[in-house]
Design a protein around this ligand. Structure first.
Ligand code: ZN
Length: 371
């Protein structure tokens, strides 16, 4: 485990806000129910100087990304995200040499062919991702690998917020791979929306998303490193696309301090109350939807595991495996079709909740949702 000792943006002092004890360190599934699970305290802190919310305990990338859980594109929201992001990238822009950080399966590269080379950097690239002779793979965490050559376009889709020290990472890319005019395209989660929704994970943070990034913070980081801000596009309330161009002109500005520590505690408190209600419900054999962070957070916050028999997930790569940390078996949505009893399902999947509930009602109209 690594400890963040000062603010990753401005090196200011970090103030403690809230701790969730014993959260599973890996967001996904294990092959067997008797796996030895690792847990770590999730400590929310606020920078005393710039106000940025960030986690103190950081998990070694080798453990955090031990197996990939980001191979398939699940759901229309993500499909459209990639389509829109490609349009944003290719608008007024020809791709020659592309460096993409954090994509195990070439989800963007595989959607079009109008480039000369595409280098993927990922901890867990899937077999065969470089079958296309124009695709090259560098296997490892971005901070630990050597990346050669310069690139005219660098892409990070839902990656920037996973970095532990984005300023140092971008500085290293600047020294080795970025030239005057290199474009950097980012797609980041809309943290402000996630914070406003008051869903899990609190303010959009978990061990992977370890810094609360909004447009101001990202612009501040990139400008302080010599990148011009070119354009921005919102993809629904899901993601924010941003384009920067390297000019070497460094602009130092001040971040406005935002104090949001109280509300992060409020989000956690809201779920603790909800969990208390669910724990009081009679019966057992409940299903929790999503072999992912919401289920893990709910159990870490005290949801009674004994009442639950299964985890449900639409991803076939997770089915018949076990939720990391809690050992519950993962079933597919179709499995409830033949159940004699009414399935009782807890579905707390943030922005995806309504889409998932609609799909489940198509399988069975009599589902009882626990909240
Ligand atoms: Zn700071």
């Amino acid at each position: 485990m690594l400890k963040r000792k000062s603010c990753t943006i401005c090196k200011g002092k970090l103030d403690h806000i809230k701790t969730i004890k014993d959260v599973p360190v890996y967001m996904g599934v294990s092959d067997s129910s008797d796996n030895e699970y690792l847990f770590e305290d999730m400590i929310f802190t606020n920078c005393n100087t710039c106000g940025t919310l960030q986690l103190e305990n950081l998990i070694d990338p080798e453990i955090l990304y031990q197996k990939n859980h980001n191979i398939e594109i699940v759901g229309s929201l993500w499909n459209e995200h990639y389509d829109s992001f490609i349009k944003f990238i290719t608008k007024h822009n020809q791709l020659d040499r592309v460096l993409e950080i954090g994509d195990p399966s070439g989800k963007i590269a595989s959607r079009f062919d109008d480039y000369n080379s595409w280098t993927l950097v990922d901890q867990n690239p899937i077999d065969g991702v470089d079958a296309n002779p124009k695709i090259f793979v560098i296997n490892g965490w971005v901070d630990d690998v050597e990346i050669d050559g310069s690139y005219d376009n660098i892409i990070m889709s839902h990656m920037f917020e996973h970095l532990y020290d984005p300023i140092t990472t971008i500085k290293k890319l600047k020294e080795n791979n970025i030239v005057y005019g290199t474009n950097v395209f980012l797609s980041i989660p809309n943290f402000t929306h996630l914070y406003d929704k008051k869903d899990l994970p609190p303010a959009g943070l978990h061990f992977e998303h370890n810094i609360f990034l909004n447009v101001s913070i990202v612009r501040y980081i990139m400008k302080s490193l010599g990148f011009d801000f070119v354009s921005i596009q919102y993809y629904k309330k899901h993601s924010i696309f941003m384009k920067f161009k390297y000019t070497g002109q460094i602009v130092k500005s001040n971040l406005k301090k935002k104090l949001i520590q109280l509300s992060v505690s409020d989000i956690i408190c809201k779920y603790e109350m909800l969990i208390e209600e669910i724990n009081k419900k009679d019966g057992s054999g409940f299903i929790i939807y999503g072999a992912h962070f919401p289920a893990q957070f709910m159990f870490a916050l005290g949801l009674d595991k004994e009442k639950f028999s299964y985890v449900m997930d639409a991803s076939t790569s997770k089915q018949n495996k076990y939720l990391y940390g809690y050992g519950l078996k993962v079933i597919g949505p179709q499995e409830i079709k033949s159940w004699k009893n009414t399935p009782k399902i807890l579905c707390q999947m943030g922005v995806y909740t309504e889409e998932i509930k609609k799909l489940l009602y198509e399988i069975r109209e009599d589902i009882e949702f626990l909240c």
